[in-house]
Design a protein around this ligand. Structure first.
Ligand SMILES: C[S@@+](CC[C@H](N)C(=O)[O-])C[C@H]1O[C@@H](n2cnc3c(N)ncnc32)[C@H](O)[C@@H]1O
Length: 277
């Protein structure tokens, strides 16, 4: 229990721990390109769930949609609102909320619910699917981007290695990367009242582009990305920090496709899920 006697929300604490804006800085171009592919148009009401500081919410608003970003991390909500203000985007605002329970949002409120590597990290995936469908208007869409269990590309491997050095999760924990497995996706959305014909899953790719060497980029994850920070802390406590670091150095070098010494480019495959509501 915390000092205020509220149980600690481990999901919230994980994402408030670091500073995901540092990681998101390398994702902006792919976020913009994805929003273009999804087809966000002026006047659409868009919910971006697990929005971080707006990698996809900002380009949605820049295309004229009315956008609400919801995220569990208060630091990222504040960073998103600061970005919206500095970009003069009056059609974009961010607020705190939990993808597993969107009680502050009404039924049938949005034409499009976007969640790119966001809602997949919330607990209770069946509730998450139900909530995303509930707030989407009939005729609207839910689009998720989810990292894929056992995928060989960078992020799935970073999460796998990080988890393997972290303390075991609490009983009943469902791995976020199960959202990248089609049969789980279908099971969750059909339980939310959608038929399987309304669900489609395609592989897509994000490109992470960082101005610096792979080892400088790894340092960003080590210092600012909650799951990797936790892994380094646990590895340090068990005397395995050097082993973890060596494994991640090898991983990031292997996945870097840039031919320049000063730039790191890492493609990462994800499952793009589209649900027609
Ligand atoms: C990998 S980041 C992606 C952020 C953003 N979508 C992007 O592409 O830059 C995961 C995000 O999901 C948020 N998140 C995790 N659990 C959540 C939950 N239960 N409800 C809402 N947001 C959540 C985190 O705070 C974080 O901003």
């Amino acid at each position: 229990m915390s000092t205020t006697d509220q149980p600690v929300n481990a999901n919230k604490a994980l994402w408030e721990k670091g500073d995901f804006t540092r990681i998101a800085a390398a994702m902006r171009e792919s976020g913009d390109a994805l929003i273009e592919r999804i087809g966000v148009t002026p006047e659409m009401d868009v919910l971006d769930l697990g929005c971080g500081d707006g990698t996809t919410a900002v380009p949605s608003a820049q295309r004229g949609a009315n956008v609400l970003g919801v995220d569990i991390a208060s630091n990222l909500v504040a960073a998103g609102n600061a970005r919206a203000q500095s970009l003069g985007l009056t059609n974009l605002r961010f607020q705190e909320g939990d993808a597993s329970d969107l009680n502050e949002l009404g039924d049938d409120s949005f034409d499009l619910v976007v969640s790119i590597f966001g809602a997949m990290f919330a607990p209770r995936p069946f509730d998450v699917a139900k909530e995303m469908v509930r707030v989407t208007r009939p005729g609207g869409r839910v689009v998720m981007g989810n990292w894929i269990a056992n995928d060989p590309t960078f992020v799935a491997q970073l999460l796998r290695v990080s988890a393997s050095y972290s303390p075991p999760p609490p009983e009943g924990f469902i791995s976020p990367v199960t959202w990248g497995v089609e049969e789980h996706v279908v099971e969750r959305f059909t339980a939310a009242g959608v038929s399987s014909e309304q669900i489609s899953c395609d592989r897509d790719t994000y490109l992470f582009t960082f101005d610096g060497t792979p080892s400088a980029y790894l340092d960003e994850f080590r210092q600012f990305y909650g799951p990797t920070m936790n892994a380094y802390a646990a590895a340090a406590a068990s005397g395995r920090e050097d082993e973890l670091h060596a494994e991640l150095v090898e991983l990031i070098n292997e996945k870097n496709t840039s031919s320049s010494d000063d730039v790191t480019e890492i493609p990462a495959v994800f499952l793009r899920v589209t649900v027609s509501v």
